[in-house]
Write a new protein. Structure first.
Length: 353
């Protein structure tokens, strides 16, 4: 396929706020001859915007990203070139997804156990390597996810991070059909997908967020109960009341509220599971050891998903069981999107074209 020499991209050279993001039209495109074995060049047609991208911009996580950086890790597009001497079943023209996990060794113990996201040699898109906020992105063939025929690329984009992440978290929640699962931040980019995956698994969803708009959204996606965390009264008591006094079987934390994590350990029923997904900065989970043991509680960190989780997450979307709430905007709007994200003004997911 014809590959241009330059492209549009969003780049930042130092950490800070949205004002640091530069939209440029002359960013270089890696040519086929310059690809290393195992790499492919993907023409990105759509890319979601995740809160992780905002953390990368701010540089407020313990592990700093590379600089300068092209962010983004929810890219959906088609392969336009594959490096020479690359062994892969993928071919030019295939629709593929670029995920947060860009590459891993696939040889160490954690990779062999299907936990490649925690590989000590992993690379991450839009963080340690340039990501999908550009028209042509280099990625690694062994971690590109095939997008099934019939699934629109703009729908697939947010599934590649938000969808995979919450689907894996639900798998980690130790729940079965008919169990209560509380989803904190249920109206957000991760949460609204978590509600749908959980409902598709016949879990009884307690959606936690604030406002009538979020309440209607969560109900439309299958939430059985909605709790507004801003309402008066003890939140812990309200959670127990709607679950017959025992509390939910699991709490999936997609919000960035540190207080929400610690409340969960008080309202979970015996043998309940707290699944940590959202990443509030400088936050500690303060678990009372006696009650954690006495109630046999589980605290689980769930970090994105593996290659099989991605295939499964996309299959739910292909079958119409999960439908991301998306708003499509042009790539040059990224700075504005970040500004709205900082103010909490984004429902669902923004997808850049």
């Amino acid at each position: 396929m014809s590959i241009p020499k330059t492209q549009s991209a969003c780049v930042f050279d130092k950490h800070g706020g949205p004002e640091e993001v530069r939209f440029v039209k002359d960013h270089p495109v890696v040519q086929q001859k310059d690809l290393q074995p195992g790499e492919a060049l993907v023409h990105v047609e759509y890319t979601g915007v995740c809160h992780t991208d905002l953390h990368a911009l701010k540089g407020d996580w313990p592990a700093p990203p590379k600089l300068p950086l092209v962010g983004g890790h929810e890219g959906a597009g088609r392969i336009v070139a594959i490096a020479d001497n690359t062994s892969t079943t993928l071919k030019v023209g295939d629709a593929v997804g670029i995920k947060w996990l860009a590459d891993s060794c696939l040889n160490c113990e954690v990779c062999r156990e299907g936990q490649e996201a925690t590989c000590g040699h992993s690379q991450t898109s839009g963080y340690s390597v340039d990501g999908s906020f550009q028209q042509y992105a280099v990625s690694f063939t062994r971690h590109l996810t095939p997008i099934p025929e019939g699934l629109p690329l703009e729908v697939a984009a947010p599934i590649l991070c938000a969808g995979v992440t919450v689907w894996k978290a639900i798998k980690q929640s130790n729940t079965k059909p008919g169990d209560y699962i509380l989803i904190a931040g249920a109206g957000g980019g991760l949460g609204h997908l978590a509600v749908q995956y959980a409902a598709a698994m016949s879990l009884r969803v307690i959606a936690v967020d604030s406002g009538e708009e979020k309440k209607k959204l969560c109900a439309s996606y299958g939430a059985e109960i909605f709790l507004d965390f801003k309402d008066s009264g003890s939140f812990i008591d309200r959670v127990k009341e709607v679950t017959g006094g025992l509390g939910p079987h699991a709490a999936l934390m997609t919000s960035s509220s540190g207080a929400a994590y610690n409340e969960a350990l008080e309202y979970l029923r015996p043998h309940g599971t707290l699944v940590a997904v959202g990443l509030p900065p400088d936050t500690w989970i303060k678990a009372n050891v006696f009650w954690t043991v006495f109630k046999a509680l589980r605290i689980v960190g769930s970090y994105v998903g593996n290659r099989q989780d991605a295939v499964e997450a996309l299959d739910f979307a292909l079958r119409g069981k999960v439908v991301p709430q998306i708003v499509i905007e042009p790539l040059e709007n990224l700075r504005s999107v970040y500004e709205r994200m900082e103010k909490g003004q984004v429902s669902g997911r923004i997808v850049l074209k």
